[in-house]
Ligand binder design. Structure first.
Ligand SMILES: CC(=O)SCCNC(=O)CCNC(=O)[C@H](O)C(C)(C)COP(=O)(O)OP(=O)(O)OC[C@H]1O[C@@H](n2cnc3c(N)ncnc32)[C@H](O)[C@@H]1OP(=O)(O)O
Ligand SMILES: CC(C)C(=O)C(=O)O
Length: 516
């Protein structure tokens, strides 16, 4: 199987992302993690671009021993000299020098004729090769370069001492088919091509950077240039994690592999995201938060029966501890039962069905159902719900900073009649409790009221605990709802219902005693 060298340019092209500016320590930290990940080459920066970049490239060259370290330089002696100063202490000094070869870049940007570009390229490669044991040369905008000219300049720079030839799709313009043709053309038409390794470097302007990189590998590239999380100039570069995992999972197709320690991928991605401030989208392949999350019932059922039904990558492969089964409105009974069993549920199928119905209702209102939510539903199903002597039908609260809070409640009483009442209070909860007292038509004293959110986040469930003194009994009650006021009403009614249960039980006991 062919080994593909991974050239990571997170610290150079990745840092060219708009809004990203890594400091010295951050660059060194990322470089150390790239070394742990096992990348073959780290492009640490552009030493001639600033003092800061020079210092961090130098520090990385001195610190990192497990990966080769390189820096970018234009075809200018001053850039190459500066790169040498920054890189000379590295284990295997390596330079990356480049010049544009497409008609538009040569004419408008460089203002050089094609012959002048060849002269500059050859002179700079010779100059670099006199210092560096490894010289990488890039034909900037190769994908928009005329192929005969590309072949001509490549032959010349290899003769001048270049050992790696990189053919970038600088503006993310090419397609997998075209890049394949370009690599084939170069392989066939550059006589001395066997003296160099071909490299591919792709941008994502048309969303094809990874596909183009893989196509280049299939057509002869022995090195792939990429960044963590696909960050980079404009729409970014080809993403390292996607290429590495594609090569691993589709070895049958690509017949090529990298030397990366794949289970360092997630950690490296997270570090780069944190230090660059570039958030990884949830749906990003391989490293996104949802990459191993299953949400829908049919998928979850399949995964429970055999993971391979819906998982082509194991999370462990890339350093994610496990897949994630998200309970939500699309989940089905199989996953629900599995989750409840994990949480210690030992009830009957009937109880399970009751909780499942409550869960679906909740899931319609709430985006993420947490374990705490499930505990709460389980508890309500097994111990919390008293016989519904009084049942809440509707609750409406009118609150404003300039008016008196008023609650209007419709309820079923123990005789099955619907009663509507309204009352005011100094706050919304008091208005609700005053209204409930009217409906129940008995003096009820609230002796304790506690509120807590069952789960974190803005859409957390509210759980309210109350203790009421009613009919000389002090009884507690609990209510859970998305809304604090609804939970407060439910808790109060729950306490009243439980009091009635206790009273009924006491009466039954008395009857038994009297009959005896
Ligand atoms: C495709 C890529 O990603 S290439 C890398 C891009 N990265 C960067 O540019 C980041 C670092 N760059 C910088 O800090 C600055 O641009 C520097 C220090 C390199 C140069 O800054 P300045 O001297 O102010 O020049 P400026 O950036 O405005 O213009 C670039 C100059 O380099 C020339 N140039 C561009 N590429 C090359 C090259 N490969 N070889 C020689 N000259 C080049 C341009 O023609 C222009 O020259 P001119 O001043 O004679 O017109
Ligand atoms: C310097 C080269 C390799 C580059 O970054 C590009 O062409 O995108």
């Amino acid at each position: 199987m062919r080994k593909i060298n991974v050239f990571d340019t997170t610290l150079r092209d990745g840092e060219q992302s708009a809004g990203v500016n890594l400091n010295f320590q951050e660059k060194v930290e990322i470089a150390k993690q790239l070394e742990r990940l096992g990348v073959d080459i780290i492009e640490a920066g552009f030493p001639a671009s600033s003092q800061g970049d020079f210092a961090s490239v130098q520090a990385i060259a001195r610190t990192v021993k497990g990966s080769s370290v390189t820096g970018l330089a234009r075809s200018i002696e001053r850039d190459i000299d500066t790169a040498w100063e920054a890189l000379k202490d590295s284990a295997e000094p390596r330079i990356h020098t480049f010049i544009a070869t497409s008609p538009i870049h040569m004419q408008y940007k460089l203002r050089m004729t094609p012959e002048q570009v060849i002269e500059h390229a050859v002179a700079s490669v010779k100059f670099a090769a006199a210092k560096f044991p490894h010289v990488q040369w890039s034909a900037e905008d190769a994908s928009r370069t005329e192929l005969p000219f590309l072949a001509k300049i490549i032959r010349a720079v290899i003769d001048a001492g270049a050992t790696v030839i990189n053919l970038p799709d600088t503006v993310g313009y090419t397609t997998p088919y075209e890049i394949g043709e370009m690599f084939q053309y170069v392989t066939k038409n550059v006589q001395n091509i066997d003296k160099a390794i071909l490299s591919t470097h792709n941008h994502d302007d048309l969303g094809m950077a990874v596909a183009n990189s893989l196509a280049a590998i299939q057509n002869g590239a022995g090195q792939v240039e990429c960044t963590l999380n696909g960050i980079g100039e404009r729409a970014g570069n080809a993403s390292l994690e996607e290429i590495a995992v594609a090569l691993q999972i589709r070895q049958d197709h690509y017949q090529a592999k990298t030397g990366l320690t794949l289970n360092e991928i997630k950690r490296t991605s997270a570090l780069v995201s944190k230090l660059t401030g570039m958030v990884v989208p949830n749906n990003k392949a391989v490293v996104g938060a949802n990459a191993f999350a299953h949400e829908s019932g049919i998928h979850q059922d399949g995964v429970l029966k055999n993971k391979e039904t819906y998982e082509i990558i194991t999370p462990e492969l890339v350093g994610v501890s496990s897949n994630r089964m998200v309970l939500g409105k699309h989940s089905g009974r199989h996953m629900f039962k599995e989750k409840l069993t994990e949480l210690g549920f030992t009830g009957t199928d009937e109880q399970l069905q009751t909780i499942f119905v409550a869960f679906k209702e909740l899931a319609d209102k709430k985006k993420d159902i947490t374990e705490d939510d499930l505990f709460s539903l389980m508890t309500e199903a097994s111990v919390g719900v008293a016989v519904p002597h009084y049942e809440l039908e509707t609750l409406q609260v009118n609150y404003g900073t300039t008016n008196i809070p008023t609650a209007t409640i419709t309820m079923k009483n123990p005789n099955g009649e619907t009663i509507q009442e309204a009352a005011t209070g100094s706050g919304s909860v008091e208005a609700i409790y005053n209204t409930l007292e009217r409906v129940i038509d008995a003096p009820i004293i609230l002796t304790d009221y506690r509120i807590q959110s069952v789960s974190g986040g803005r859409d957390a469930l509210a759980e309210v605990y109350v203790t009421v003194k009613y009919e000389e009994l002090e009884t507690s009650g609990r209510g859970t709802a998305n809304d604090v006021l609804e939970a407060s009403a439910k808790a109060y009614i729950n306490a009243v219902n439980r009091t009635i249960d206790r009273k009924n039980y006491q009466e039954q006991q008395l009857n038994v005693i009297n009959n005896v």
